[in-house]
Design a protein around this ligand. Structure first.
Ligand code: SF4
Ligand code: SF4
Length: 215
């Protein structure tokens, strides 16, 4: 991620590791739990589970887009013993190197997430929104009125093929609430910060987000 340019003389700014307040931690945990409930409700209606899946989508290449999720992920990492955290960071460094090589060859990286231990997520309560939404069909309405639809994973697509009135998770409110939390977390600094577009491995390698603070 490009770091914002250094401070101008008349506008003294230092880069601080931004810590989430207790209240923001509580609210993002609550939002994540709503995402989980919305997902589970649709999965139940479809009688869909990940059990017996020959794939593990934790090796998919995807990027995340909010500072608050990045910071919360690090809250999760700090709950782990240091040796375990260091293991994940080392794995993440390898992931980043391999991903860049694969992207350079025009391939889409398929590398296991660095915090996945033998198929299980070591940061399950702190996993990011995309991790929580992938699987069942979902959709959201953009502010311009355009509807974006996600068909779900390949197994779920097979399951619903030919069916009508398929239930979907509506991501609209969930996205809106995440955007509100992000705005609250960053405050006026959101206007000067570069857009986040990072894989989870990159978030581990870069450390917690660093946000400019007035000196
Ligand atoms: S979401 Fe779909 S592809 Fe991923 S593990 Fe579950 S069933 Fe498999
Ligand atoms: S954070 Fe957890 S759920 Fe998300 S990709 Fe990594 S191991 Fe999978």
């Amino acid at each position: 991620m490009p770091i914002p340019q250094g401070p101008k003389e008349e506008q003294c700014v230092s880069m601080m590791q931004k810590i989430l307040s207790f209240e923001l931690k509580r609210r993002i945990a609550e939002l994540y739990s709503r995402m989980e409930n919305a997902y589970d409700a649709v999965a139940r209606q479809l009688n869909f589970t990940c059990e017996g899946c020959p794939d593990n989508c934790c090796d998919s290449f995807f990027q995340h887009h909010t500072y608050i999720e990045w910071a919360y992920l690090w809250e999760g990492l700090y709950t782990l013993p240091e040796a375990q955290r260091e293991t994940y960071i080392e794995r993440a460094k390898n992931c980043v190197i391999e991903s860049e090589a694969m992207l350079g060859r025009g391939e889409r990286p398929a590398l296991m997430c660095p915090v996945n231990d033998e198929g299980l997520c070591a940061l399950y309560s702190y996993r990011l929104m995309i991790c929580r939404m992938h699987g069942v069909p979902s959709a959201f309405m953009r502010p311009d009125g355009r509807k974006i639809e996600f068909p779900g994973c390949f197994r779920c697509q097979d399951l619903v093929e030919g069916k009508e009135n398929i239930p979907v998770v509506d991501r609209t409110e969930l996205y809106r609430d995440l955007a509100m939390l992000e705005a609250e977390f960053l405050g006026h600094r959101r206007h000067v910060l570069p857009r986040v577009k990072l894989t989870l491995a990159q978030m581990l390698v870069q450390g917690p987000p660093r946000i400019p603070e007035p000196c």
